[in-house]
Design a protein around this ligand. Sequence first.
Ligand code: TRP
Length: 451
Amino acid sequence: MTTRTRILTGITTTGTPHLGNYAGAIRPAILASQDANADSFYFLADYHALIKCDDPQRIQRSRMEIAATWLAGGLDVNRVTFYRQSDIPEIPELTWLLTCVAAKGLLNRAHAYKASVDKNLENGDDPDAGISMGLYSYPVLMAADILMFNAHKVPVGRDQIQHVEMARDIGQRFNHLFGNGKEFFTMPEALIEESVATLPGLDGRKMSKSYDNTIPLFTSAKDMKDAISRIVTDSRAPGEAKDPDSSHLFTLYEAFASKAEEQQLRNELLDGLGWGEAKNRLFQLLDGQLGEARERYHQLMSRPSDMEDLLLVGARKARAVAAPFLQELREAVGLRSFVNQTSVAASSKKKAVKAPRFVSFREDDGSFRFRLLAADGEQLLLSRHFADGKAAGAVTKQLQSGQALDVRSEALGFSVWLDGACVADSPAFADSAARDAAIEALRVALTPLED
Ligand code: TRP
């Protein structure tokens, strides 16, 4: 059996994505999410955005722009869990549980905080001048983002490696203090994509909003064209041979071109193609690849309620994982119901009563099947046919193992897949909301609460 790798990353919602963000983070993340072994959680880190930005308009605009960019770029919300951090109340709740075990000394060493202190000292200010508790606690919130979903891999930029290490540190401490030998949290690993492009900006330095050298992504063809016309080149005239390898215009071209296209432009530059014409080629290439996505982007931006719906479905999916897990963590630290006092036996008994049921049966043709009934008796799944009881049993066992569920919705129903094969189907529901609620009930039903 292969367990899918859970990949999780957040995007801070303070800016408008540019071409560099697209090539460096968005495009690779969307590609990675298409891998059958990937169980991707991508979210808008809008609580983090509040740390850096106190302009509500900008926060709101950026959340929408980033959501639209990822969706227009081809993110398939049926495959990935795509949500806004601020739609998951379990995140701030977990943040507090983690804050209570995070060592202050650990946070004192965070690069972002230290850099702000150093700057204050340089200016002769109070060391903590202008530093909010949000900035200081930033790594704890990020640890909650990661640990809440037990992510295995966290794709981030180099500046974020320390934060992922802190998440491990804090998670380990929690495991140690409250786990009683059980590892509540998976230890996450930072994933640094060495192969993806860091695009140069107009002036040849790394493309970045802080250098004001970016090429806009989806605003309009004209904006993209205008920016491309400002790419700095050397002063060789048309007809003079140009060196592709010292030209960042060529580097930009390479990041999007096929090998053949790249070779062709290389030859033409060596043969004296003018920079103006080369810029034109770059524009044509980008427009060809991104034009359709740009249209989808503008469509999405003009229908915000569609995006709202998609993100709320994503939030529901995420909460179906987060809520039962947080419940377990609350119990672990002693925030328990008064009714089922401390006794672990009592609480597991209660869960056993509430548990969903697998009911196996044999068809007239001799094949074996099972149904999964929710705690309230509603039928969630009817399995496919299995040759023998052992095969059917292995599947029910695997479904209860806590591995990420591969649930595929189609029309008014859904199906559940294991290792590339469909193993069970839902009944048909009245509408897609009822279907989504049933998917959520399924996830909750199959989340192991205790072992
Ligand atoms: N801090 C990250 C950044 O600025 C964004 C982020 C927030 C994040 N939470 C996360 C990234 C969790 C990975 C995992 O890039």
